[in-house]
Ligand binder design. Structure first.
Ligand code: PGA
Length: 246
């Protein structure tokens, strides 16, 4: 069994359409030969059209950073999975810690959004991770039980998990490759307990939290780590390409 690595860029609330287009002008040739790694860039909603246009005909995929769990309805300011799909996206980030912290997302809303993403034909990149440098296993167990573990097996098979310890996000304080691998192994053991050995062997688990060109190689050397979800370092085409190619 071989898990195809995936490197995702989470652009958060940065860039405009013109900067999105110019990012890809530089980025495209730098990853032309990055054959065995999927690349998914997640700009803000308003930059999706520019990103989709700039990557047409390449293997670079585009995702959104959030979605609403309803198919449509009176939800002012929200965006549905079907709209994201129609915009040309293949992926969507669900349950990022900034959404949990600032926008009240819970394990229940993460579950609802994950199901909605799948129903809209999108691949959800579901984020989990402990807030402080302690009790990681207790937090991961609870997050798994209430969201990922509540999926049906067929649904679980289509998701990507991103392990992002909150203390490592945007802080420059990345997890050591060994610590990250331990957390990934733990998530895989939870998967095994709930969905069995094949699901545990197949699910891709990305690491996120201050991934930079300097630390990407060491993290990638861990067989448990199937790629990255990169914030700050994904905004610059040269540094993101060097993470993809690490
Ligand atoms: P960072 O963000 O790489 O800037 O730490 C990661 C994330 O929030 O997904």
């Amino acid at each position: 069994m071989v898990r195809t690595p995936l490197t995702g860029g989470n652009w958060k609330m940065y860039k405009n359409p013109a900067r999105t287009t110019s990012f890809f002008e530089t980025f495209r040739p730098l990853v032309e030969h990055s054959g065995n790694c999927e690349i998914v860039i997640c700009p803000s909603f308003l930059n999706l059209a520019a990103a989709v246009a700039a990557t047409r005909g390449t293997s670079i995929q585009i995702g959104a950073q959030n979605l609403h769990w309803a198919k449509e309805g009176a939800f002012t300011g929200e965006v549905s999975g079907a709209m994201i799909n129609a915009a040309g996206c293949s992926h969507v980030i669900v349950g990022h810690s900034e959404r949990r912290e600032y926008f009240g997302e819970t394990n229940q809303s993460v579950l609802n959004k994950t199901v909605a993403a799948l129903e809209a034909g999108l691949i959800p990149i579901v984020c989990v991770g402990e807030r402080e440098r302690k009790n990681a296993e207790a937090v991961l167990t609870e997050q798994f039980r209430c969201s990922l573990g509540a999926l049906e097996e067929g649904q679980f098979r289509r998701i990507v998990i991103a392990y992002e310890p909150v203390w490592a996000i945007g802080t420059g304080d990345t997890a050591t490759p060994e610590n990250a691998a331990n957390a990934h192994r733990f998530i895989r053991s939870l998967t095994n307990g709930r969905f069995g050995a094949a699901a545990a062997a197949n699910v891709r688990i990305l690491y996120g939290g201050s991934v930079k060109p300097e630390n990407a190689k060491g993290l990638k050397a861990q067989p448990e780590i199937d790629g990255f979800l990169v914030g700050g370092a994904s905004l610059d085409p040269v540094s993101f390409a060097s993470i993809v190619n690490a």
